[in-house]
Design a protein around this ligand. Structure first.
Ligand code: HT7
Ligand code: ZN
Length: 866
C-alpha cells in the first residue's frame, strides 16, 4: 500500500458549504440521503472525487437531475464526477448495514442503539463526502426511525421533532457552526437522561444532558459535575465560553477509543462516564473527570479550530491533553497530577519513542491515520506545549492562545500557524523549537556539576543526544528547558545568583548539543535539583551521588523531584540485583528513607502512595537493555519484600489508621487516603503470611466501595491460594450483570504475576463472559496481559506472544482499528534478550504474512519488523 505524505497536501478541489442529511434508520438497511451544496475551489477542471466505502449506491443527482452511469464512476473507495458545474447541489442516496458493522467506525449498533464514530475517516462509511478535515460545512440532519428508538440525537440545536405514520417519529437538528465531517454524530435508541444546566460567563444558560443505559442516570452525576467544572475552568483559565445552547454526552458500550468530541454531542465509552462508589474505583473517577474535561475542551481546540490535515493531529490532541492535564492539576493537586502524567508518559510514550514505531509529534507519512492516535501525538504533544509555556512564560503563553483563538476561529489550520502565534506575541524566534514536532526520539540529557568553594560558584555542564529513529538517522539538538534549584545538605533551598540576579530557581535552556552555566554566590556545595517538575520529556542522567538523592527524597521542595529521587534510588537497586550484584546495604538504606518519608505528617497521602510504589517492570526494562523480564521481576519483588519487612509496623498502622469512616466521597483528598491504605496493603502482601492473607481477605470483604474491593482482591491475588480463588468467584457472582465491573475482573486476572497466569488467561478467552467484539472486554484481558504482566507475557516458551498474535489476527477480521492497537507490545522485540526477541519477531512475521491482513495491522507490524 502507498503511504499518504504531508508533502503531498493540496487544498480541496471543491468546497462544501451546507449538508442536509436524512437518515431512515433500520438495523440492516439504513437509507442515507445527502444534499450537498458544492462549489469549485479555484480555477481548475479537476473532477469531483468524494470518498465512500461500504455504501450501496441508490442514486446520484446534480441540481435535481439523476446522473447516468456514464456521468459518474463508483468504486470501492470513491465516487467520481468528471465535469461538475462550478457551483451545484449534489443529491445522493445510499444504503448501509449498521448492524453488521463490527469495526465500530461509521454508523454502527451498540446495545441495540445506533451510534456513530467518524474520526478519523468514518464518515465515508455513511455517505459520499470529502472526508478530510479541511472541508467545513453547516449541517442539518433529519432522523427518522421507529419509536422504539426513543431518542433521536445529532449535533447542534433541535429544530423540530414529531410523529410519523406507522409508529415512527423524526427529529431535525441544525448545527450553525461549520465543521469537518469527522465531528458529525448521530445516536438513536432508548436512553435515560440526566439533565442539568450552567450559566456561562456572559450569562447564557446552557442545557446539559447526559444519556445513558436505562436505569443508569444516577451513575452520570459525577460526569455531570466534572462537565460543569470543566466549563467554568475553560472560562477562567482560557477565557473560552461554550457556544451552543445545548451540550449532550452519550455513553455507549462498544467503542474503539475513550471518547469523541463531536460538536455538541460527545460520545463516550461507558467506562469513562459511568461511576458510583460500588462499581467504580477512584482511578475511574479520576479518568472520568479528565476525559470529560478533555472532550469538552476540544470544543475550542479541535471543533471551533480544527486541523487542516491529519498530520496536524497533535494541534488538537496535544494541546487538548495539555489543557486537561492543567485542569486535573487544578482539581487534584499539581505535584501528584504531574507525577501521574509523567509515569504515564514514560510507560507509553518513552517505550514508543525508543522502538521501531517511533514517530515525530507531527508525522510526515502514514498508511492508516487510525494508527496515529498514539502516546507520542497525545502525551508528547502535550509536553511540547508545556515546554513552550515554560520557555515564553505563562502570561505570553496565554496571550499566544488568545491570538490563536482569535485568528483561527472557524478554520482548519496547522502546527506552524499555532507556533507563529507564540512567536508573534513573544517576539521570539521559535523556529528551532519546531524541531520538537518534527524529530522523533527521546533526548538523552546529561548533567554534570562542579562546585568551586573558593569562588562560591557552581558550574553546570549540560549535554544532549538523540539516538537515531526509523527514517531519521541524524538529529538536531532541541531547545530544552531545564528547571534547576539547589539544596543544602539538609534539603533546604539554597539561594544563588544568575547573571547578577538573586534567585531560588532558574530555567536553563539547553539550545545546542552542549551548554555550560555558572551560578554564583552559592554558599556551600549544593545538591542539584534538576529538571524540576519534569520540565522536558527527556531521559536525564546526572553525576549526583546516592547521598544527594537521599537528601532530595527527604525534602526536595519540588515534590516531583522528591518522588523522582526515590524512583532513581529504587531503579538502581533493582537493576543491580537483576544483574546479580545486589546491594543489600543500599536496599536497607532505601527502606529506611522511605520509612522516614512516610512518617512526614505534612505530606499528602496521595503523594505518599506514589512514593511507596516501585518503578514498574516496563520502566525498568527500558532502563537496562537487553532486558530480561524474569530477572527484573524477581529483583523488583525482592526489593518489595525488603520494604515490606522493614515497614511492616508502619504499613499495618497506616492500614488501620486510614480506614474510611463515613460516606464515600470521590474528592482527591479522600481518594488519596484510600490510595495510601491500599498501597500499604499491597506492600504488606509482598511478604505473604497467613495474617496478611486474613488482613487482605477482611479488607476485600469489608469493602464499601470498588477501590477497596479491588485493593483487597489484588492483595489476595499476590498471596494466591484458596482465599484468592474464593474471593474471585465471589466477585464474579456479585457483579456478573455489570459489564464494566466484569471488565475489572478480567483485567485483574490478566495482571496476575503467578506462574499459572498465562494458563488462566488462555482459559479466560473461553469464558462465556469473554467477548472479542467488545473492545473494553478485549482490552481488559488481552492488552492488560501483554502490557502490564511482563513476567508472564515474556514467558520463555513464547506462548504469551503467540496468544497475542492469535488475538490480533482474529480481531483483525472484523475490527482492524482495535486489532492494530494490540500490536505495540510486540514492537519492542529488539530491547529484549536475543532468545525472547527472536520469539517476538517470529510472531510479528506470522502476522505480516497472514492472508487478508488489514492495512492497519500491516502498517504497525511491518514497521515493527523493519
Ligand atoms: N478525538 C478522539 C479520537 C477518537 C478516535 C480516533 C480513531 C478511532 C476512533 C476514535 N474515537 C475517538 C478522541 C479524543 O482524543 O478526544
Ligand atoms: Zn482528544
Amino acid at each position: 500500500p502507498q503511504p499518504i505524505r504531508l508533502s503531498d497536501y493540496r487544498p480541496p478541489a471543491y468546497l462544501i458549504d451546507t449538508v442536509h442529511l436524512t437518515f431512515d434508520l433500520a438495523p440492516n438497511t439504513t437509507r442515507v440521503k445527502a444534499r450537498l451544496t458544492i462549489r469549485r475551489n479555484g480555477d481548475h477542471a479537476e473532477p469531483l472525487v468524494l470518498n465512500g466505502e461500504k455504501l450501496k449506491p441508490i442514486s446520484v443527482a446534480i441540481d435535481g437531475r439523476e446522473l447516468a452511469e456514464a456521468e459518474r464512476t463508483i468504486d470501492a473507495e470513491v465516487l467520481t464526477i468528471p465535469n461538475p458545474p462550478a457551483a451545484f447541489e449534489l443529491a445522493t442516496e445510499v444504503e448501509i448495514d449498521p448492524e453488521n458493522n463490527k469495526a465500530l467506525d461509521g454508523l454502527y449498533m451498540s446495545g441495540g442503539r445506533f451510534c456513530t464514530q467518524c474520526e478519523a475517516e468514518g464518515f465515508r462509511k455513511i455517505t459520499w463526502f470529502a472526508d478530510r478535515p479541511d472541508v467545513l460545512a453547516r449541517y442539518t440532519v433529519r432522523i427518522e426511525a421507529p419509536k422504539s428508538f426513543q431518542r433521536l440525537l445529532s449535533n447542534g440545536n433541535l429544530m423540530e421533532a414529531g410523529d410519523l405514520p406507522g409508529g415512527r417519529h423524526f427529529a431535525v437538528w441544525n448545527d450553525p457552526f461549520p465543521k469537518p465531517c469527522y465531528l458529525f454524530a448521530l445516536v438513536a435508541g432508548e436512553l435515560d437522561e440526566l439533565v442539568d444546566s450552567l450559566v456561562t460567563m456572559s450569562g447564557r444558560t446552557i442545557d446539559l444532558r447526559i444519556y445513558v443505559d436505562p436505569g443508569m442516570a444516577d451513575r452520570a452525576t459525577y460526569a455531570m459535575d466534572a462537565l460543569k467544572r470543566s466549563m467554568k475552568w475553560d472560562e477562567e483559565a482560557f477565557g473560552r465560553e461554550y457556544d451552543l445552547d445545548l451540550f449532550m454526552i452519550v455513553a455507549v458500550r462498544d467503542f474503539n477509543f475513550g471518547a469523541m468530541e463531536n460538536k455538541g454531542l460527545n460520545i463516550f465509552n461507558a467506562s469513562l462516564l459511568l461511576a458510583d462508589p460500588a462499581t467504580a474505583t477512584d482511578l475511574d473517577y479520576e479518568r472520568i473527570e479528565s476525559v470529560v474535561a478533555h472532550e469538552y475542551f476540544h470544543n475550542w481546540t479541535g471543533d471551533r479550530i480544527t486541523c487542516r490535515d491529519w498530520f496536524q493531529l497533535c494541534l488538537k490532541e496535544g494541546l487538548t491533553v495539555f489543557r486537561d492535564q492543567s485542569f486535573s492539576a487544578d482539581m487534584r493537586g499539581e505535584a501528584v497530577q504531574r507525577i501521574k502524567d509523567v509515569k504515564a508518559l514514560r510507560a507509553r510514550q518513552f517505550a514508543e519513542d525508543q522502538g521501531p514505531l517511533a514517530h515525530p509529534v507531527r508525522p510526515s507519512s502514514y498508511l492508516k491515520i487510525d494508527n496515529f492516535y498514539t502516546a507520542t501525538i497525545y502525551e508528547k504533544g502535550a509536553e511540547v506545549i508545556r515546554m513552550l509555556r515554560t520557555l515564553i512564560g505563562p502570561e505570553l503563553f496565554r496571550k499566544g492562545m488568545d491570538l490563536y483563538f482569535d485568528r483561527w476561529d472557524g478554520h482548519a489550520t496547522t502546527v506552524e500557524e499555532f507556533i507563529r502565534c507564540f512567536a508573534e506575541v513573544s517576539g521570539q524566534d521559535l523556529s528551532d523549537f519546531f524541531a520538537w514536532y518534527e524529530q522523533a526520539g527521546t533526548p538523552r540529557l546529561d548533567l554534570k556539576h562542579a562546585y568551586d568553594a573558593a569562588a562560591r560558584t557552581l558550574t553546570l555542564e549540560l549535554s544532549q543526544k538523540i539516538d537515531p529513529t526509523p527514517g531519521q538517522p541524524d538529529k538536531r539538538p532541541l531547545p530544552t528547558p531545564v528547571r534547576v534549584g539547589l539544596l543544602d545538605a539538609e534539603g533546604r533551598t539554597l539561594a544563588f545568583q544568575r547573571d547578577g540576579q538573586a534567585m531560588d530557581e532558574t530555567v536553563v535552556v539547553l539550545k545546542d548539543a552542549k551548554a555550560s552555566v555558572t551560578l554564583t554566590d552559592v554558599d556551600q556545595a549544593p545538591v542539584v535539583s534538576a529538571l524540576r517538575g519534569f520540565s522536558a520529556p527527556v531521559v536525564m542522567t546526572t553525576d549526583a551521588a546516592p547521598k544527594d538523592r537521599y537528601v532530595q527524597l527527604a525534602g526536595d521542595p519540588d515534590l516531583f523531584n522528591r518522588w523522582e529521587a526515590g524512583q532513581d534510588l529504587a531503579r538502581d537497586l533493582i537493576l543491580a540485583r537483576a544483574a546479580g550484584k545486589p546491594d543489600e546495604v543500599g536496599e536497607e538504606r532505601y527502606a529506611h528513607a522511605v520509612q522516614r518519608a512516610l512518617a512526614d505528617q505534612a505530606a499528602d497521602p496521595a503523594f505518599k502512595a506514589l512514593l511507596l510504589a516501585l518503578p514498574s517492570e516496563s520502566d525498568l526494562a527500558l532502563a537496562r537493555q537487553p532486558a530480561d523480564p524474569a530477572a527484573i521481576h524477581a529483583a523488583r519483588d525482592a526489593l518489595r519484600q525488603r520494604l515490606s519487612l522493614h515497614l511492616d509496623e508502619d504499613l499495618k498502622r497506616l492500614h488501620i489508621g486510614l480506614q474510611g469512616l463515613g460516606d464515600f466521597s470521590p474528592d482527591a483528598a479522600s481518594a488519596g487516603r484510600r490510595a495510601l491504605r491500599n498501597a500499604a496493603l499491597d506492600l504488606l502482601a509482598a511478604n505473604p503470611r497467613s495474617e496478611i492473607a486474613e488482613l487482605a481477605d477482611g479488607h476485600y470483604r469489608a469493602a464499601l466501595n470498588m477501590t477497596d474491593a479491588m485493593g483487597g482482591l489484588s492483595a489476595l491475588m499476590q498471596i494466591g491460594g484458596e482465599a484468592f480463588e474464593a474471593a474471585l468467584a465471589d466477585f464474579f457472582d456479585r457483579w456478573k450483570s455489570e459489564p464494566l465491573v466484569i471488565d475489572k475482573w478480567f483485567a485483574l486476572q490478566a495482571r496476575d504475576p503467578a506462574d499459572s497466569a498465562l494458563g488462566r488467561v488462555l482459559g479466560l478467552t473461553a469464558h462465556p463472559a469473554f467477548d472479542q467484539k467488545n473492545p473494553n472486554r478485549l482490552r481488559a484481558l488481552v492488552s492488560t496481559f501483554a502490557g502490564f504482566n511482563p513476567a508472564r507475557f515474556h514467558d520463555p516458551s513464547g506462548a504469551g506472544y503467540r496468544f497475542l498474535a492469535d488475538q490480533i489476527l482474529a480481531v483483525d477480521g472484523f475490527n482492524p482499528m482495535t486489532a492494530a492497537r494490540l500490536v505495540e507490545p510486540l514492537g519492542g522485540w529488539r530491547r529484549y534478550t536475543p532468545e525472547l526477541g527472536a520469539l517476538m519477531k517470529a510472531q510479528l512475521q506470522r502476522i505480516v504474512e497472514a492472508p487478508g491482513l488489514s492495512k492497519n495491522v500491516y502498517e504497525l507490524a511491518s514497521k515493527a519488523l523493519a
